[in-house]
Design a protein around this ligand. Structure first.
Ligand code: PNS
Length: 177
C-alpha cells in the first residue's frame, strides 16, 4: 500500500535564491508533500527574520502544488517527527558541499534511523550560487538578474534603504548559505 510520502527541504534560506527554487521544483513532483523548513536559529545571524524568509519563499513558490513553508528550531529530526516526514531533501552543488552534507546526513540518521537524506543536483547554471554570495554581490552593487526572484531582490533593496547604505557602501554581510 502506498503511503503519503512527506519530504522536508530544510535550510536557512537567507534569502531563497534560484538554486533553492530549482531544487524545490525538482523535488515537488517526487513526493506527495514537500515542506520547506526555514531554520529559526538566530545564532547564524541571518540578514532576514524567519517571517521575512518565509514570505520570500511563499511568494516564489506560489502556484507550485504540494509544497508549503514552515519554520523550525531545535533538531531537524524532531521537526520531521512532528510533521510525519521521513525524507530530508538537500541540494548538492559541488564537491565542496559534500563533507558538510555527508556529516549532516549521517548525524541525522544516527539521531533517527528512519530518516533518509536525498540529494538533488540543481541546474548547472546555479551550481556556484549561495545566499552568502547573493548578499555579498548585492551589497557591492553587482547584478543579480536571473539569480534571485523579484521578492528577494525587493527585500534586499528594502534592507538597503532602511539601513541607509549605498550598494557600494561597506556593509557587513551576514553568514549563511
Ligand atoms: O541552508 P543551511 O544553513 O546549510 O541549512 C542547514 C540546516 C538548517 C539544514 C541545518 O543547520 C539543520 O538541520 N539545523 C537544525 C539543527 C539540527 O538538527 N542539527 C543536527 C543535524 S546535523
Amino acid at each position: 500500500m502506498k503511503t503519503h510520502q512527506i519530504a522536508v527541504y530544510p535550510g536557512s534560506f537567507d534569502p531563497l535564491h534560484n538554486g533553492h527554487l530549482d531544487i524545490i521544483k525538482r523535488c515537488c513532483p517526487l513526493f506527495d508533500e514537500v515542506i520547506i523548513a526555514v531554520l529559526g536559529n538566530e545564532s547564524k545571524e541571518p540578514l532576514f527574520s524567519v517571517a521575512e524568509r518565509m514570505d520570500i519563499i511563499r511568494s516564489e513558490i506560489s502556484g507550485l502544488r504540494g509544497c508549503r513553508v514552515e519554520s523550525f528550531s531545535g533538531l531537524l529530526v524532531d521537526f520531521m517527527d512532528q510533521q510525519g516526514a521521513r525524507v530530508i531533501v538537500r541540494g548538492l552543488r559541488a564537491v565542496s558541499d559534500f563533507e558538510y552534507e555527508f556529516q549532516m546526513a549521517l548525524m541525522n540518521r544516527r539521531l533517527n534511523n528512519h530518516v533518509e537524506t536525498v540529494f538533488l543536483v540543481p541546474k548547472d547554471e546555479y551550481i556556484y550560487l549561495s545566499s552568502r554570495l547573493v548578499k555579498e554581490v548585492f551589497f557591492l552593487g553587482g547584478n543579480l538578474e536571473g539569480l534571485v526572484g523579484q521578492t528577494a531582490l525587493a527585500r534586499l533593496e528594502a534592507v538597503m534603504r532602511e539601513s541607509g547604505v549605498t550598494q557600494e557602501g561597506a556593509r557587513p554581510v551576514p553568514n549563511g548559505d
